[in-house]
Design a protein around this ligand. Structure first.
Ligand code: FMN
Length: 382
């Protein structure tokens, strides 16, 4: 039962990496996270020269919503990149974990200079970020700019043999962009960055919740998980290079879904940023439990791409969900969710009320999703 995996020739002790952002400005957060099963760090996206007006991030910089999702308007390294050169890289290397340097892919000269500098230190991969949603809205959307991607790949591929991962976000051009990156020598695609821009308004003041001009920030966390999963599935069915999944991963089940969709490994940001580094301990424990309960899978690698070939046809019928009597409390939440009048609550003498599924049921599965999760009293029948 092994959690070891790799992305190309970057070897990882678990499939869990810390994604780029404020908590990877310095190695400190990672040094704690790696004791709980996080296997590598992607640094904050570094620029050689940060324009003076971008050394400060507008405030508020975060707006958390629905507990597990957020908007942010950060825009790059607040500390000088040289801190990674002076001590950050060596601090990570002392743990034995690979270090991945994220670079802003906007300024190609600066990108090349940083690649050449960090190559001398023997870093394990470069992740090039061309997909920040709110910075794209302010300064030009590189995430859909095929010409810029071509220039970028031709330039950076010439200066290094170290693996280059290209980080893309969801867009209508995701697949053509990824194919172009692969054709020009990218070693992996990381998907997704924040999605957006999005916006939230404080109704007391009618002002946007974020301090950034224009009010738009990148959406991350649970809200984007299904989009990220879809992207990973599409990419990994299309490309030959590995795909690293990112976006809304909080649990072992989320990781398993990403692997089944075709990710070779995953990155997390919002979950560790909001819940702390121990989130990696819960996830690694959950992955080990899943492998122990499913001995046909010897390792997490056996899960990669299992969903491929399983989406080729529409399915028009499925068995009805089943109510587990011993777990149902008769709370009636499922009844509200049923648009097909197929659920009712039956009162039973000396026993809890019980949800009963009738012949109107068309197996839409809405009730499965709304049943309060600690009970899981309505199960999809397999
Ligand atoms: C506050 C914040 C700062 C971020 N900064 C960067 C960055 O510098 N470079 C980058 O490639 N992605 C950055 N991201 C995007 C994350 O690395 C990640 O792709 C995104 O948050 C989706 O994953 P998640 O839902 O697990 O957070 C940032 C995200 C947040 C929330």
């Amino acid at each position: 039962m092994s959690l070891n995996t790799q992305v190309g020739n970057v070897k990882l002790q678990t499939p869990l990496l810390l994604a780029s952002g404020h908590i990877t400005e310095t190695p400190e957060f990672f040094l704690r996270a790696q004791t709980f099963g996080c296997s590598s760090i992607v640094t904050r996206s570094l620029k050689q020269h940060v324009p003076p007006e971008r050394l400060k991030v507008p405030a508020p910089r975060y707006a958390v919503f629905d507990k597990d999702s957020m908007l942010n308007c950060e825009w790059g390294n607040e500390k000088p990149w040289t801190e990674w050169q002076d001590h950050g890289v060596s601090q990570v290397k002392e743990t034995g974990c690979p270090v991945i340097i994220s670079l802003s892919g906007r300024d190609l000269d600066s990108c090349c200079y940083l690649i050449q500098t960090f190559d001398k230190m023997g870093v394990d991969a470069f992740e090039i970020n061309i997909s920040c949603s709110h910075s794209g809205a302010l300064h030009g959307n590189l995430n859909v700019d095929v010409l810029h991607l071509k220039k970028l790949m031709k330039t950076v591929r010439d200066v290094t043999t170290t693996p280059i991962w290209i980080k893309l976000s969801y867009s209508n051009l995701l697949i053509p962009m990824a194919k172009q990156a692969e054709k020009l020598g990218a070693d992996a695609i990381v998907c997704t960055n924040s999605i957006g821009p999005g916006m939230l308004i404080d109704t007391k003041t009618a002002k946007p919740k974020l301090g950034i001009k224009g009010g738009g920030g990148g959406v991350t966390g649970k809200a984007i998980f299904p989009i990220a999963l879809w992207c990973v599935h599409q990419l990994s069915e299309t490309l030959s290079i590995p795909v690293v999944g990112c976006g809304g991963i909080f649990t072992a089940d989320d990781v398993i879904q990403m692997l089944m969709a075709g990710a070779s490994a995953v990155q997390l940001y919002t979950a560790p940023a909001l819940k702390g580094p121990t989130v990696f301990r819960k996830i690694t424990a959950g992955l080990k439990r899943f492998l122990a309960e499913n001995p046909k899978y010897g390792s997490v690698n056996d899960l990669v791409g299992l969903t491929h070939g399983k989406t080729d046809e529409h399915r028009f019928s499925s068995p009805r969900p089943v109510v587990l009597e011993e777990r149902c409390t008769g709370c009636g939440i499922c009844v509200q969710s049923c648009s097909f009048n197929a659920l009712s609550i039956v009162r039973r003498a000396n026993k809890n009320a019980l949800a009963v599924i009738t012949d109107n049921c068309i197996s839409c599965n809405a009730c499965v999703g709304v049943c309060p999760s600690k009970w899981n009293a309505i199960q999809p029948s397999s």
